[in-house]
Design a protein around this ligand. Structure first.
Ligand code: ZN
Length: 364
């Protein structure tokens, strides 16, 4: 194994050991401080490090106009304690966040540390709250820092070097129904809140999926998932209250505003309280952009014939898409995101490094 891959592996193992789950605010701070000191090895970099509601962020660039940002999150979803003790086996690193996305993070951080011969028109954004919605990370940064770039690269989706050029929009929301309790044997004396939610959901589902081609092999169609429903008290009591949490994903045929209006309209019709939990616009990359073309050139040089795909889950790309900045999402080889058996292939991390390196040194 060469030195580059060893450095990426060692860095990745260190990053996984930080237990950067939502509640460990100290660890979120520690990992940003660690990355700061690691990147300080490159004296050309400028740093902007700040905390937003307990979540820590680091932005670094060369002090010149940034054409391309790399965007990386260092938080992970919760895991068993042993998953924070990474190990290497058969050329793979196992551990929480190995693929999502401390592996790609190691590649990107290593790249910025190494590009120290001159100033490059690139920037790196490290955040610590992506898994909980990015409100205090990317969303805050896009709204409060002067982020202008021609393209953003987010190595956080599209497994096995698939190039993701479009992603669905997302609307997560809660609805609450209030009914009127009564004995189960005399339901005419009450109003069942769970019934209200079910009726609402069935009509909403029909609308969200209306005219959608559910047989599309890429599943590039709207989807809806009732992820959580709670309510009622007992089998023989008319449910006086119920809530539901619903997840809608939608294609670029719709805007977020249209989706919200549809849900609002039906909530009102069924007398439900409606609360938005999180949102994202659909992401579409402008494939005619010169920077996209340059990326594809590098891809051909390092990986081979490009393979394109679509993304069903939301990434931080949605915040840049909302500003009109094209986004490319790409992943190395790995599996098991958010599962108990998450791993990333080390050689593919090296490939990812070579791809990013080729792209950056050929930017100008
Ligand atoms: Zn991720």
């Amino acid at each position: 194994m060469n030195e580059r891959i060893n450095n990426i592996r060692d860095l990745l193992i260190k990053l996984i050991k930080f237990r950067t789950i939502e509640k460990n605010l100290d660890e979120l701070k520690n990992i940003i401080e660690f990355c700061h000191s690691y990147l300080s090895g490159n004296s050309l970099l400028n740093f902007d490090i700040f905390e937003v509601n307990g979540k820590w962020n680091l932005i670094t660039d060369y002090g010149i106009d940034v054409l391309v940002y790399f965007v990386v999150h260092l938080d992970v979803v919760d895991a068993k304690p042993e998953q924070f003790e990474p190990y290497v086996q058969d050329g793979k690193v196992f551990g929480r966040g190995a693929l999502d996305m401390k592996g790609p993070a190691s590649v990107t951080i290593e790249l910025f540390k190494n590009l120290s011969d001159k100033k490059y028109p690139i920037g790196l954004i490290l955040t610590t709250d992506e898994e909980v919605g990015s409100q205090n990370g990317v969303k805050y940064i896009v709204e409060n820092r002067n982020i202008n770039a021609k393209m953003v690269i987010i190595p956080d989706g599209g497994e096995n070097f698939k190039i993701i050029t479009k992603g669905k929009g997302a609307l997560h929301f809660a609805v609450k129904a209030v009914g009127k309790g009564a004995h189960g044997s005399t339901p005419w004396n009450g109003i069942n809140a769970i019934d209200k939610i079910i009726d609402f959901y069935l009509e909403l589902k029909k609308n969200v999926l209306l005219n959608e081609d559910l047989d599309d092999p890429d599943h590039w169609h709207n989807t809806i998932n009732l992820g959580k429903i709670e309510g009622g008290q007992k089998v023989n009591i008319v449910a006086p209250e119920a809530i539901a949490h619903i997840d809608i994903r939608f294609t670029e045929k719709y805007t977020l505003e249209e989706m919200i209006n549809m849900v609002k309209f039906l909530s009102k019709k069924y007398g439900l309280d409606f609360e938005v939990l999180s949102t994202g616009q659909p992401v579409m990359t402008d494939t005619r952009s010169i920077f996209f073309t340059k990326f594809i050139d590098s891809y051909r040089a390092i990986i081979g014939d490009p393979v394109f795909a679509v993304e069903h889950g939301a990434t931080d790309g949605r915040f840049f898409a909302a500003k009109g900045i094209p986004v490319i999402t790409i992943y190395p080889i790995g599996q098991g995101i958010h599962s108990e058996n998450e791993w990333v292939d080390l050689k593919s991390l090296e490939k990812l490094y070579e791809l990013f390196h080729h792209f950056v040194v050929n930017l100008e």
